[in-house]
Design a protein around this ligand. Structure first.
Ligand code: NDP
Length: 252
């Protein structure tokens, strides 16, 4: 296991990674950590062009190649094409990190059909299509790592129907991908973050203290703490179809 402050240098030398939603938050830090481990890295973004460029610069400062791709995971074509564009720009694809996601939390009665379509398009269909495209071109040793959520393991209160449904689907996808791709030496795993301090879920937001209290450790996690597990899985050869809680004990 790597440490949380980056002792993974060289474990991914010669590999190419794609991190969806890599302009901010967990995805941005994961992209840089993959580069520190030796990978060339592409990131997708929608609105954060400048932020994605900053991530590319950080990747390049580590001596790796970086590419920022505008690709909306909600668009079926763009979700799959991001994989092909990565392979074209960086010469293949070894590691796919399905990180892009949207969180729509609210009372069941307030969630619209548009909310359902949007969340499923980004959190589920986009992940499926990117994984499908990646599997078609990954060599032996390929890795598909999907970011789920602690909400797929334990729903601590009301408001999570849609988001939890979307993230739970990814558990099934991950297990089925592991079975489908195992014969080719390609692994698929899912990482469930607990409350992580990002733009999506700021620790100092109105629900921050309540979320921290739901964990055994009594605090939010950091993006580094999630990224270190993703980098570990990118280098792990005998782990597949597995769920990893990086949640401070939220599920305990
Ligand atoms: P942030 O909101 O901080 O960052 C989201 C990233 O995803 C941004 O880079 C954003 O790009 C990108 N993104 C958003 N929508 C799309 C889209 N349609 N297509 C492509 N990229 C998109 O989120 P986090 O880092 O907090 O979350 C990352 C993942 O972790 C998500 O899947 C989330 O569900 C999951 N998660 C987060 C938790 C938390 O507490 N933070 C807890 C459990 C799971 P841009 O800026 O360009 O829009």
């Amino acid at each position: 296991m790597t440490s949380d402050n980056g002792t993974d240098n060289g474990t991914l030398d010669g590999k190419v990674a794609l991190v969806t939603g890599g302009s901010r938050g967990i995805g941005a830090t994961t992209a840089v950590r993959l580069a520190r481990a030796g990978a060339d890295v592409a990131v997708t973004y929608v609105n954060g062009k400048e932020a994605a460029s900053d991530v590319v610069r950080a990747v390049e400062a580590l001596g790796r190649r970086g590419v920022a791709l505008r690709a909306d995971s909600a668009d079926a074509g763009e979700a799959a094409e991001a994989v092909a564009r990565t392979a074209s720009a960086l010469g293949g694809l070894d590691v796919l990190v399905n990180n892009a996601g949207v969180g729509v939390i609210g009372p069941l009665a307030t969630l619209s059909t548009e909310d359902v379509d949007r969340v499923l398009a980004v959190n589920v269909r986009g992940v499926f299509l990117a994984s499908q495209a990646a599997a078609a071109l990954m060599p032996e040793g390929g890795r598909i790592i999907t970011i789920g959520s602690c909400m797929a393991q334990r729903v601590p209160g009301p408001g999570g129907t849609l988001y939890t449904m979307s993230k739970s689907a990814l558990i099934g996808l991950t297990k089925a991908l592991a079975r489908e791709l195992g014969a080719r030496g390609i692994t698929a795993n899912i990482v469930h973050p607990g409350p992580i301090d990002t733009d999506m879920n700021p620790a100092d937001g109105p629900y921050g203290p309540d979320q921290a209290a739901l964990t055994a450790l009594g605090r939010f996690g950091t993006v580094e703490e999630v990224a270190s597990t993703v980098v570990h899985l990118a280098g792990a050869s005998y782990v597949t179809g597995a769920e990893f809680s990086v949640d401070g004990g939220h599920a305990a």
